[in-house]
Design a protein around this ligand. Structure first.
Ligand code: SAH
Length: 365
């Protein structure tokens, strides 16, 4: 009898090991000093890592072999072990499943469009928000990701692109959306540190534009207000999914703690303080939240605000009783918002044929 292969190891405890990408420029100097390496070398190291996207210290020949070895073993542990890479859309969508040091699994997705590359990254292993239509929500929260575990998902994409390994030739990451696994605002400090590293100009960080970064939240009101005060020009996306508390209590259970009017007040404070348009995400679920009356109610909440509605056709999770809206309901929903003067687009659902959409690949691993 053949025994089933045990592919993944059981969970382990402990924090992820410290990594270069956890640190600010100043902390990198201090970390090198601890290794007996002059602080001024930190700029060279950061330049290799973030500007040249070189993850092989043996190529960093402006440092001594001794220093390179010391840095590699103390500051460059393998945080994300690739366990699966799946492509579709002629190689322009690349979905990754990573195994973390404690054997937790997370996903990231690279999506290449004619004019830009967007990376969808995870902020937590699992998620504690328990939204019933979301694959990640079903398994609960395993743990928060560290700053470097977040940053390195983007760095991997940046390196793959720089090395011409993604269909379409060499390229760069333009946008990062925190729409992978997890509730980013429930892992606030590592999230903010990661974003600061992504937007810090090289060599301190990857030098992305803040405008290309979107943080998506279920609506953790106090944290939304904190985010508005960070002084970062990033986009806030709010997963609304229903215009009435009764339905939203079911679809986004944290609504029982922070109801719609409080979430939207915090969103308007965000637009006030940052002058940035807020995205409202709304997964269209057949006969659940896709009625025209709900499009009307949604319009009333949003008319006149600095806002854009992103409708997401539901990507049904395995065994779910819910499915995507009928095309005619989707059309009517869109039209009602348009007629009411609310800007709206329907999100494309890249990667759905490879379980790429919404936390399903790790769940299927
Ligand atoms: N926790 C954050 C970010 C993660 S999910 C949040 O909830 O905003 C990113 C978006 O995908 C959210 O709007 C989420 O509600 C949506 N989503 C999750 N599962 C989905 C599914 N099966 N089909 C369509 N959208 C889904």
């Amino acid at each position: 009898m053949e025994l089933p292969l045990l592919v993944f190891d059981p969970p382990k405890r402990g924090k992820p090991p410290r990594h270069l990408s956890d640190m600010t420029a100043q902390e990198r100097k201090e970390a090198l000093a601890e290794l007996g390496i002059p602080a001024f070398r930190a700029d060279q190291v950061s330049r290799h890592w973030f500007a040249r996207l070189s993850d092989d210290p043996s190529h960093w020949t402006d440092l001594s072999a001794h220093d390179r070895d010391a840095i590699a073993s103390a500051l460059l542990p393998e945080l994300l072990k690739p366990v699966k890479r799946v492509t579709c859309d002629e190689g322009t969508t690349v979905k990754n499943v990573w195994q973390l040091h404690d054997n937790a699994l997370v996903e990231s997705v690279l999506m290449r469009y004619p004019d830009r590359v967007t990376m969808c990254v995870s902020s937590q292993a699992g998620c504690g928000m328990n939204c019933p239509f979301c694959a990640t929500g079903q398994a609960g929260l395993t743990r928060n990701l560290s700053t470097a575990e977040i940053v390195e998902q983007v760095m991997d994409g940046a390196r793959q692109l720089a090395q011409g390994k993604v269909a379409g030739g060499p390229g760069r990451v333009g946008n990062v959306v925190f729409m992978g696994m997890g509730e980013p605002l429930a892992n606030y400090t590592p999230l903010i540190r990661a974003i600061r590293t992504l937007i810090a100009p090289a060599p301190a960080g990857l030098g992305l534009s803040g405008r290309g970064i979107t943080v998506s939240t279920v609506g953790l009101v106090p944290r939304m207000r904190d985010l508005a005060g960070e002084g970062m020009p990033i986009t806030l996306a709010v997963s609304l999914h229903a215009p009435d508390d009764e339905l939203r209590n079911e679809l986004v259970p944290v609504n029982t703690r922070w109801p719609i009017d409080e979430v939207l007040d915090a969103a308007w404070e965000y637009t006030e303080r940052t002058k940035r348009r807020v995205s409202i995400e709304y997964a269209l679920i057949r006969d659940i939240n896709d009625q025209e009356e709900r499009a009307e109610l949604l319009s009333r909440l949003l008319i006149g605000r600095l806002v854009h509605v992103n409708l997401i056709p539901l990507n049904p999770t395995p065994g779910s009783k819910w499915t995507a809206s009928r095309p005619e309901s989707q059309r009517a929903f869109v039209n009602r918002l348009r007629v009411n003067g609310v800007p709206v687009t329907v999100r494309d659902t890249r990667g759905s044929e490879i379980d790429g959409a919404c936390g399903q690949l790790a769940a299927a691993t």
